[in-house]
Design a binder for this molecule. Structure first.
Ligand code: MLT
Length: 294
């Protein structure tokens, strides 16, 4: 498989890979970078899957603090960030499984059999798609600010309105519409810089990537039936100012996953890892250490 590494900065390196099945080039942030002497396949791997309408840049604070013995792998999902647009035949409808299959191809490319998979919101939908498609490759799960249910009829109506907003006014309008939903009150009132960072990440995405993601989310299947069959170590993360996936929903999901834990991040809305990076990292690192020994 063709590959090319480009050192981006101190900790983050972009790997060009050619995932199955469509030949799109996927850009992936790796921490530590591959000039680290240990081959990827000998390390514990955590795959970080981003939310909508974000990209792998939202995981910067987690990439910077990957604990010893771990390599963190954060792809830009197809059509987001620096990854290629879809390149799918127009005849085939976009499916959330496309993202999940790209991640499986990436693991193959890295020579990784099993990985811990962490997804936030849309990233959590993709993590559950991975559980459905290839449970044996999921060593552990972090389901952050996400839900297992499919879209309700009302949510689908909201998606159609967002597609219309995108077609009429472009990516910046979608970013502007999403911002108040993505961030908690504490962040909105006290942290203008975080708000601007989130806006910049969202606006860096392509209109095609955003459109296809909306279609993928609104056609995703219900995953609630999967929950009782999840037997790998699982951490559910929720935050107290999240209005998109409220605490009760996280508690409901956590109760259905045998042996899972729930962690609540305070003073954060939907993007808990960006809004309270220190607390999110503590919770994540504790989970990795207690479940996988470091
Ligand atoms: C996300 O943060 O990924 C989105 O809010 C998910 C969604 O719209 O369902």
């Amino acid at each position: 498989m063709p590959e090319q590494f480009r050192v981006h900065d101190r900790i983050v390196t972009y790997l060009d890979s050619t995932p199955w099945p469509s030949g799109v080039v996927q850009h992936v942030a790796l921490a530590p970078p591959p000039d680290d002497v240990r081959p990827v396949c000998t390390q514990s791997i955590l795959v970080l899957i981003h939310a909508f309408p974000m990209n792998a840049d939202m995981w910067e604070a987690q990439l910077e603090s990957a604990p010893a013995g771990w390599r963190f792998v954060a792809p830009d999902l197809r059509g987001f960030g620096r990854s290629d647009p879809d390149g799918m035949p127009a005849a085939r409808a976009p499916s959330l499984n496309d993202y999940a299959r790209d991640i499986l191809a990436l693991l193959d490319h890295l020579g990784v059999d099993r990985a811990v998979v962490a997804g936030l919101s849309m990233g959590g939908y993709v993590a559950l798609a991975l559980v459905r498609l290839a449970p044996a490759r999921v060593r552990g799960l972090v389901l952050a600010n996400t839900r297992a249910e499919a879209d309700s009829e009302e949510a689908k109506k909201g998606r159609v309105e967002m597609l219309d907003l995108l077609a009429r006014n472009g990516v910046a309008a979608v970013a502007g519409h999403m911002l108040p939903r993505l961030l908690g009150e504490t962040t909105r009132v006290q942290r203008a810089a975080v708000q601007e960072r989130v806006r910049a990440i969202a606006e860096a995405n392509s209109g095609g990537g955003i459109r296809d993601a909306i279609e993928r989310m609104m056609t995703r299947p219900d995953s609630t039936g999967l929950l009782p069959g999840i037997h790998c170590p699982t951490l559910v993360v929720a935050s107290d100012e999240d209005t998109v996936t409220p605490l009760d929903q996280a508690r409901w999901m956590q109760r259905r996953i045998p042996g899972s834990e729930l962690a609540i991040i305070h003073g954060a809305g939907h993007l808990s890892n960006l809004e309270q990076p220190h607390d999110f990292n503590l919770v994540l690192q504790r989970f990795l250490e207690t479940s996988f020994g470091g």
